[in-house]
Design a binder for this molecule. Structure first.
Ligand code: SF4
Length: 357
């Protein structure tokens, strides 16, 4: 099945207004429909109770919902992290993760980690998503739809709850789907929609260098996270194959340019893998690579994905790694992993059908 040309959840308010005008529908109806779609997150024309049936029927001829649908959800017993399996209109599936932080304290934060592609072409060595290759890009409405549907579930369960942060770190390489990513960011940021501040969004990339500069120019307030994982090209070529196209020197030049444009620090993600990138020499090389950069380093002992055969280093080796970097003056976090018991942590998401896994 091919996707419809116009997806309702992908449309800006101005485009919806234009569409209404073309169909001889009063302009104010566009505002009503936009609220139903982007604020209330409805996934069906039927639910738009204040929009006359004739208008709904007319619009449904030219624009489609193509809703994403929750097939299954799993909740981590350990930390409450939830993983949702979404089915798209063409029966492809993606996973989305909801992480709750400090729910009992004032710093309430609910972060949703969304997918931007079905599968991924990047083939990072430690990642379950890359195992299947790229199937297709998600439309903006399908990216936004993950947020809207998780939000709806949260509202049903707890009227106070709401999504505060969005990270584009799920399945896929967001910067390889840049046009739809940009549209999704704008839709989520829209004051007439979810109104999620740019500063509360993070885009992660494995290092698509030209798009890093585009992101800096287009969305200077968004946080950039770079999956680094190695301080030398020889190791990074193996772990993150895009490094063969954009080696570390080019990546670091782009990072410096990014900081120059945005004046924001970059977050680097580094999965610690036993016998691959976790030695004391690796730590020293890493501090030499990043030492002069305005950045924060997240260290993540690698998650087990059966097919990759990679394992995390012993606690003592990890501790020494952190010590060397901290002594060099770097800001380092040994990251609290969420949802590892339900395969919802970094690198564990995959295109998985009911009954598998
Ligand atoms: S880590 Fe990200 S970029 Fe790399 S294969 Fe997995 S989903 Fe793709």
């Amino acid at each position: 099945m091919s996707l419809p040309l116009l997806l309702l959840r992908s449309l800006y308010l101005t485009e919806l207004q234009q569409l209404c005008q073309n169909q001889a529908i009063p302009r104010f109806r566009a505002g009503q429909i936009y609220t139903w779609v982007q604020v209330k997150g409805v996934a069906d024309w039927e639910e738009m109770s204040n929009v006359p049936l004739a208008i709904r029927e007319k619009l449904s001829q030219v624009v489609e919902f193509a809703p994403v649908q929750i097939l299954r959800s799993q909740t981590s017993r350990r930390d409450g992290t939830r993983k949702y399996l979404f089915e798209l209109a063409d029966q492809q599936t993606v996973e989305t993760v909801l992480m709750l932080y400090d729910r009992a304290k004032a710093r309430d934060r609910a972060t949703v980690c969304v997918s931007t592609q079905v599968g991924c072409a990047m083939k990072c060595a430690f990642c379950a998503t890359g195992l299947t290759g790229l199937v297709r890009n998600l439309a903006a409405g399908e990216i936004v739809g993950q947020v809207l549907d998780v939000q709806r579930v949260m509202r049903r369960e707890d009227t106070d709850a709401g999504i505060t942060n969005v990270v584009f770190m799920g399945m896929g390489e967001p910067l390889q789907n840049y046009a739809n990513l940009s549209r999704a960011i704008n839709l989520l940021n829209s004051t007439q929609g979810q109104n999620i501040g740019m500063r509360r969004m993070t885009v992660s990339t494995c290092g698509v260098v030209p798009r890093i500069i585009d992101l800096a120019r287009d969305f200077p307030q968004i946080t950039l996270a770079i999956s680094l994982h190695a301080p030398r090209d020889a190791v990074r070529d193996r772990l993150v194959p895009i490094n063969r196209h954009y080696p570390l020197q080019e990546l670091m030049t782009a990072c410096r340019k990014y900081i120059e444009i945005t004046n924001k620090r970059i977050t680097f993600e580094y999965a610690l893998i036993k016998g691959v990138n976790s030695s004391a020499q690796d730590a020293r090389d890493l501090s030499a690579l990043l030492g002069n950069l305005q950045c924060h380093l997240n260290l993540i002992p690698v998650n087990s994905v059966q097919e990759t055969g990679l394992t995390r280093p012993a606690a003592a080796e990890t501790k020494e790694f952190v010590r060397i970097l901290t002594a060099a003056g770097m800001e380092v976090t040994l990251r609290e992993e969420k949802g590892t018991d339900i395969d919802a942590a970094c690198g564990q998401l995959r295109k998985r059908q009911d009954g598998e896994g």
